[in-house]
Design a binder for this molecule. Structure first.
Ligand code: A2P
Length: 276
């Protein structure tokens, strides 16, 4: 699978696997199946309450540990330095692995104003070898500015909501200008109306492909790493194969026309929306 390299030297595959809501034994089996299907980038978070399932999946999958990028994220309630360090240590313990590969600040929570402190903790965790690479999620350019001004350390990754109704052109350009790899959460718009969009249906028919494949191929074409979640094996396989689908320039232009100013799924604007 073609790859993207971050400024931290982490080599990311061009598509990853989202795990929100995959937990317990069923979750561990589903994630292990994704690994055996060929996914090598697994996205998790402290707040998904499934770091244990992710670790169990990695250990039972038969895939060598050093071939898998395991990601987790720091919750908003643990931005204070010591709480952040303890949360990262807990994330590692929960997986049962000896380190994580990528660790992100889940949301900036600007009204709390402690994301710089959290970033300093992530830098320390990287220096200690708890995590190999560090980044952010849902950070607007102004939030990234503050991290860089305070520490000089640029995030390796920024994971944001990104799908055809909310393509994040400005955010992508800002990330790219800093060498930050953009990852997409909810790349399929959480299987909402976007999967029935007539423009996408027409493009999919033209390629003999499905709409999810077209959407994920579009992410790859933009240089964004999508993190689709899929429970059924056939969907996991279909989504992984999407990376080989080549869209035409006309397809990409048509998809760009679907952008909506209010295209977020649940109105989660990081300037005001916060998670703890
Ligand atoms: P499920 O997990 O039940 O298999 P997103 O990644 O944007 O959050 O979207 C996840 C949703 O999209 C899930 O409901 C998932 O279903 C569904 N999904 C994932 N892959 C496909 C696919 N290839 N076709 C249709 N629905 C899919």
């Amino acid at each position: 699978m073609p790859e993207t390299t971050t400024t931290d030297g982490l080599t990311l595959p061009r598509i990853g696997f989202g795990t929100a809501a995959l937990k317990g034994q069923h979750g561990a089996r589903t994630i292990a199946a994704a690994l055996r299907t060929g996914y090598r980038l697994i996205d998790s978070a402290f707040n998904y309450e499934n770091e244990g399932a992710v670790g169990a999946a990695v250990r039972s999958s038969g895939v060598p540990r050093d071939e898998v990028i395991v990601t987790s994220k720091l919750p908003g309630r643990h931005h204070a330095h010591d709480a952040a360090i303890a949360a990262i240590e807990e994330s590692v313990y929960r997986t049962g692995l000896d380190h994580l590969d990528l660790y992100l600040i889940h949301w900036p929570n600007p009204s709390q104003g402690r994301y710089v402190e959290a970033w300093e903790a992530l830098i320390e965790a990287r220096e200690r070898g708890l995590v190999r690479a560090i980044g952010v999620s849902n950070f607007l350019p102004e939030h990234v500015d503050r991290l860089v001004e305070a520490t000089g350390v640029v995030p390796a990754v920024n994971q944001v909501e990104l799908h055809p109704y909310f393509p994040q052109a400005d955010q992508r350009a800002d990330d790219a200008s800093r060498g930050i790899v953009t990852e997409a959460w909810s790349p399929l718009g959480r299987a909402s109306e976007v999967l029935q969009d007539p423009v996408l249906v027409r493009i999919a028919e033209g390629h003999g492909a499905s709409v999810p494949e077209v959407i994920l191929a579009w992410h790859a074409r933009l240089g964004v790493v999508p993190l689709p979640k899929a429970t059924a094996l056939e969907r996991q396989q279909q989504n992984l194969a999407a990376i080989d689908l080549e869209l035409t320039d006309a397809d990409v232009e048509a998809i760009a026309s679907l952008a909506r100013p209010d295209g977020r799924n649940n109105d989660q604007d990081p300037a005001v929306y916060e998670e703890f």
